[in-house]
Design a binder for this molecule. Structure first.
Ligand SMILES: [Fe+2]
Length: 239
């Protein structure tokens, strides 16, 4: 478990989420899509018992350093500074929007830093929602009010929200729920407030603190059949 002191260090360096328009060139987007399409490393987690999306995992510390990753590493350093490192990443293709969750890590206690999301393919623009709340006791999906509570493949299924940082215990904003998050049962958003609604568009880079709760908007309701994106998880030592 992460100590209280470590949590405070993580929270001390929290910044508002942001996005950079045009941070990723069309050729870089194509480069990543090509790699995803041609990769033999695509893992169908479904075969391992997950209901989750098709993903391709890449972690510098698990695989041998592969040349294809070098341009990604340069991009990460350009955007986040060269004093952070990548500990994992995945290219995912989803037909259902992600629900509210954080991006913490289970196996090791990293000094978690930022998630960088690079939208790669979608038929039209959609959105991505970050919340004012964070959770620093491991990877979670937010399932308050679900009956039954779904099993989660990697993240813990969280139904007791009392350890969520900045938890309000107030009902979620109904208009925002209808507009962006109608794929999530209303009760599961109890106690959360929206930090930002960020355009999910190829070329943009979305940056947020890894413990921060975030969610896709309901792109299915917008007539979008699938999206492909690249999530990159980083760590940074404390000073
Ligand atoms: Fe995430």
């Amino acid at each position: 478990m992460r100590t209280q002191e470590d949590k405070e260090k993580i929270l001390d360096r929290y910044k508002p989420s942001k996005y950079l328009v045009g941070a990723v060139t069309p050729s870089m987007v194509e480069y990543l899509l090509e790699y995803f399409r041609g990769s033999e490393k695509i893992i169908k987690y479904k075969q391992a018992g997950s209901q989750g999306p098709v993903v391709m995992n890449y972690s510098p510390d698990r695989d041998e350093k592969q040349e294809w990753f070098n341009p990604v590493q340069e991009l990460v350093w350009d955007i986040l500074g060269s004093n952070c490192y990548v500990w994992g990443s995945n290219i995912f293709r989803v037909e259902k929007p992600h629900i509210a969750h954080n991006d913490d890590y289970e196996e090791k206690i990293y000094p978690i830093y930022k998630t960088l999301v690079l939208p790669l393919e979608i038929s039209k623009a959609t959105n991505f929602v970050t919340f004012d709340q964070a959770y620093l006791d491991g990877p979670v999906k937010l399932f308050r009010g679900y009956d039954p509570v779904p099993e989660s493949f990697y993240n813990k299924s969280l139904t007791d929200y009392s350890n969520i940082i900045n938890y309000t215990d107030e009902p979620f904003d109904k208009e925002t729920h209808q507009k962006y998050l109608s794929h999530i049962p209303y009760e599961a958003l109890h106690g959360l407030t929206v930090e930002k609604v960020i355009p999910w568009v190829p070329g943009n880079a979305i940056i947020f603190d890894m413990g921060r709760i975030h969610s896709a908007s309901n792109f299915v309701a917008e007539g979008i059949t699938h999206k492909i994106g690249y999530s990159i998880f980083t760590a940074k030592e404390f000073n």
